[in-house]
Every structure is written in C-alpha cells, then in structure tokens.
Design a binder for this molecule. Structure first.
Ligand SMILES: Cc1cc2nc3c(=O)[nH]c(=O)nc-3n(C[C@H](O)[C@H](O)[C@H](O)COP(=O)(O)OP(=O)(O)OC[C@H]3O[C@@H](n4cnc5c(N)ncnc54)[C@H](O)[C@@H]3O)c2cc1C
Length: 331
C-alpha cells in the first residue's frame, strides 16, 4: 500500500455493510479513505445472514471479511484500522484551512479527513427479563424475514404488546400455526392495542398475559428452543421468540460531539438524513449510512445507504474544488 496522505478524502467510521459499501465506492474511484472498525457489529452472534441476494445464508463474519479482502487486495487508496474512534471534531485542516474533520482513536492517534461518514450502526436494548441475553440471538429474533424460515415448524412466541403486535403475529403465523402473544404482564388500556390483541386471537393466536419470571435456553437449536417461566402457572416451551428490541445509536457520543441532529427518540432516535439522495446530515461534511440513520435496519438497506453517503461526500468535495477553481479563474 502507498503511504497514507496526511489528509484523506473521507474518514469512514464503521466497517459493517454500510461502511464497506462506502469504502468500495472510494476504492474504485481512487478516492482516499480510512475505515475505522471497533469490531462491534449489530448481528454479533448469528451464524447466518439472510435476505441479501447472492449472499443468502452466508456467515456475516465471512461476508465482512470477503468485502474487506476484495478492497485491500485490489485497490490502493483505502486503509482499514481496527480501532475505536473516541473523538470526532470539525477542524480547519492544513495550509489550505480545509473545513474538514479530525478523529482520535482508542490508541491516541489522530486522523484527518475532508469528509466524515458515520456508518456506526446501532445496538439493541434488551428488556429487563432474566435469561433474555442468554437466548439472544439464538432463540430470540428481532426480524422474521432475517431468521424465521430456518426455525419454522415449532411453536412461536411473540413478545410484544403494542400497535405492532398484529404485524409480528401475522408474520409469525407464516412459520407455524402455534403462535402465543406474550404480553409479559402488560394489561393494555389503549383501545388500539386491545384491538391488536383481538385481531391476533381472531387469527388463532393465543394471548398469554402472565408476567415472565425468566427465559431458559434449552439448547442450540429451535427443536430444543426456549422455556418461558412465568411468575405463576405452567411454563411454555417455544421454538423461538420474536421480539423487536428498541435500538440506540452505537456511537451516540460521536453524534453528539459533532452536533449531528437525530430524529425524536419516539421515532427511533436515529440520525436525521437531510438529503436522502446523498445521505447528508444536519452538519455540513458529515454523511451517514446504515442502521444509525434509518428505522429500516437491514443489510441491503445499509449497503445502499453507505453507497449514497460515499457518493454524497465525493460530490461535495468535487463541488468545492469546482468553486475554488472558478474563483482562481475569475481572479
Ligand atoms: C441478531 C440479528 C440478526 C440480523 N440478521 C439480519 C439478516 O439476516 N439480514 C439482514 O438484512 N439484516 C439482519 N440484521 C440487521 C443487520 O445486522 C444490520 O442492518 C446491519 O448490520 C447494519 O449495518 P451497519 O453497517 O449499519 O452496522 P453494523 O453492521 O452494526 O456495523 C457497525 C460498524 O461500526 C463500527 N463502529 C461503531 N462505532 C464505532 C467507533 N466509535 N469507532 C470505530 N468503529 C465503530 C462497528 O465496529 C462496526 O464495524 C440482523 C440484526 C440482528 C441484531
């Protein structure tokens, strides 16, 4: 690899599907970029990733390592660093006083770039139920399109009591007719949520309103599944549980340091995209891609978003260069 320039075109924080897609665009356009990877991925712990054409059922570790290897073995303008970025600031860079960014990594090194791409992903927040963590993601799935198919043919629990309960139940019924909605002791007062439960019952699902005491992992496959123990009464043995955990931005600290605007927590709290064509954010020069900027958290969506962020940052650099040249020509 040639030596890194002092100021690269883009600093890409994150090397999941979003960051990798952005990196590939830069590799192919001979744009310089450093990609930072703290190696904390949202789909940690799963053996197979789905709904990605041509890569269905691939191990996500293999997916990331092929993507990275293709970039480093063929192209000389993108560097990968396995470090955590702890600080990110806007800064005037070099003699030209370029309005760019400086980031500092966990080893105390600083790196400068004209543009910054946040591809930092999100993190699932688990409900306060004993044994939840021990069953995630082996027996608890946040997305039935991602993981339902392989677990079909065993009883399913839908751990939810919200305006989305019928939606999850509708999907779960595609994989088995034995579906139980677990409200975990929540007695809905809201008429709309009561209606959701009535719809689920009409579809043949059972409603179990008991408070959960703990979840027990019975073994690695859905044949063994998970036992739900309640505060009272008989336990329930299920193949798996569908549960959409709340998510938070994995690198909320960097988002705040940069002053990037997010949507309301009730809407997901993800980074607000100002121009969806090029995934720009509220801070000039900062672009975002992947789970950290969308409620539709999927690999293919993240890849498309990463590509848009890379294109957006590249276009901004080109426009700035055009303006500077025009100014020189007019002088
Ligand atoms: C259990 C589970 C199973 C899933 N299965 C599927 C599936 O089958 N199909 C599908 O389409 N989707 C699936 N998803 C969703 C999918 O994993 C995400 O949509 C996707 O990984 C998002 O990509 P991303 O690049 O935005 O974030 P991630 O893949 O989470 O990557 C984030 C990157 O940012 C880095 N990072 C964060 N902060 C810093 C920092 N400060 N410094 C340096 N690096 C940093 C991380 O280390 C990582 O490299 C699943 C999710 C879960 C939870």
């Amino acid at each position: 690899m040639p030596p890194r320039p002092q100021i690269v075109d883009a600093l890409i924080i994150g090397s999941g599907p979003a960051g990798l897609a952005a990196s590939l665009v830069y590799a192919r356009t001979r744009t310089t970029a450093i990609v930072f990877d703290s190696q904390s991925y949202r789909n940690e712990g799963i053996a197979h990733m789905h709904s990605v054409p041509s890569r269905d059922h691939i191990n996500p570790y293999e997916f990331r390592s092929i993507a990275r290897e293709q970039i480093t073995s063929r192209y000389p303008s993108v560097w990968f660093d396995n470090v955590t970025i702890t600080q990110a600031v806007k800064k005037l860079l070099g003699k030209e006083k370029y309005d760019g960014f400086e980031v500092t990594d966990s080893e105390g090194q600083s790196h400068q770039g004209k543009k910054l791409i946040l591809a930092t992903g999100s993190r699932d927040v688990f409900p306060d139920i004993e044994g939840f963590k021990e069953n995630w993601p082996q027996h608890i799935y946040q997305c039935l399109a991602c993981d339902g198919f392989e677990q079909r043919g065993t009883p399913i629990g839908v751990l939810d009591c919200s305006s989305k309960t019928a939606h999850f139940t509708n999907m779960a019924l595609n994989f088995d007719s034995r579906v139980t909605v677990l409200t975990n002791g929540v007695v809905p007062e809201d008429a709309a949520i009561k209606q959701q439960l009535r719809i689920c019952e009409a579809w043949g699902a059972s409603i179990d309103g008991r408070k959960i005491r703990r979840l027990v992992n019975n073994g690695p496959t859905h044949e063994e599944g998970v036992t739900v123990e309640f505060e009272e009464g008989e336990p329930l043995i299920l193949g798996f549980i569908a549960h959409k955990a709340a998510t938070v931005n994995r690198s909320q600290d960097l988002i705040e340091q940069l002053g990037v605007e997010c949507v309301e927590p009730s809407m997901g709290g993800h980074i607000k995209i100002v121009n969806p064509m090029c995934n720009s954010t509220s801070v000039k020069g900062v672009f975002a891609g992947g789970d950290t900027c969308t409620p539709m958290k999927q690999v293919t969506v993240s890849m498309a978003d990463g590509m848009k962020a890379a294109a957006g940052a590249g276009m901004e650099i080109a426009v700035e260069r055009e303006m500077a040249t025009l100014k020189l020509l007019e002088e």
